[in-house]
Design a protein around this ligand. Sequence first.
Ligand code: ASP
Length: 412
Amino acid sequence: MWKSWSSIKLWKRIAGGLVLGIIVGALLSGAPGVVDTWIKPFGTLFLNFIKMLIVPLVFLSLVVGVTSLKDPARMGRIGVKTILWYMLTTAFAVVIGLIFGLVFQPGSGVEKVAAAVTAKELPSVVDTFLNLVPTNPVAALSSGNILQIIVFAIILGISINFVGPKAEPLERVIDAGAQAMYKMTAGVMELAPFGVFALMAWVAAKYGLGILLPLAKIIACVYAACLLHALVTYSIILKAYGLSPMPFFKGIIDAQMVAFTTTSSAGTLPVTMRCTQDNLGVSPSVSSFVLPLGATINMDGTAIYEAIAALFVAQVFGVSLGAGDYVMIVVVATLASIGAAGVPGAGLIMLTLVLTTIGLPLEGLAIVAGIDRILDMARTTINVTGDAMVSCLVAKSEGELDQTVYDAAPVA
Ligand code: ASP
């Protein structure tokens, strides 16, 4: 039985879990307690397993990445390219979000609600930079602070390079550890069909049509804008880089489905790394740097959402916006997407920042909060897709992309 199960391609098994989850969840929507007690724990178990991989996988594979690149200047170049691509794609995303919000007016006809919501404040730029350096690397690892882990891993990798032959044993140990983590990731992925099924059933049982329908317009708007950004913006950029979009979308589908159901870019990270390396031929050195960074700071789906949600709130409350406000939305939505953590619902928390900066009523947030999970599924999928795309671009430009693997892009 195991043989015939494992002979089905993983993406098909995950897709099957996703569809079956929707059906079972819809059938059990009258008994959400049953789903919570009997089905959701399998989703949580899967999530716990992939979360277990994140810290050791990011740390070990990034150190290996740096030691295998050897040249610190090259590392710097990869860093600059990555950040520039992340900023550019996010800027496109916000503009698409604004256009969709303006054209489709998702807030028209939606009722206001009264609610008390407290705003989130962004830490200062200086603090953000200072916080990049972990005063205690072990604490950074134990609390799972990805940015600090990235910084420490890069510095450790560079130091190993400088030490030379004497540090080779350490390099080999870390490399062996990274290999073990890759194997572990592959093992955990075998649980994905069940985890995705359980999470999907839980969402489908929880959100009946009664909750979704009044806000159908904003849901459709966010999904359509996200789809357009992925299919058009990313395809154009990939093509401009001489990469055909089709293999890309085929190769990344596992990560997209896991992102869609878990609504966490950070949680999906091990899967994204695996897809880009195994299916798209991105070298481990590039993917282990570009993807963890992307999972924390690059969120195109979140940027689209922030722009649409801000316009939505303005429309619901009848606030008219001027040109200056739109510019402000572009700036703050971008910052909010960078500041949002790669965890479920982070974009909603950041929306308070966007609303207060533009001077829009915070009560608006209460209207979308009820359906945030549904919107989060779309934005997280795009967040992860965007990270993967940039990893392909950077790898290609650095000669770190195996074109034969990319072109063949087996759906895992
Ligand atoms: N859940 C999203 C992510 O992990 C962030 C968000 O809430 O927008 O990428």
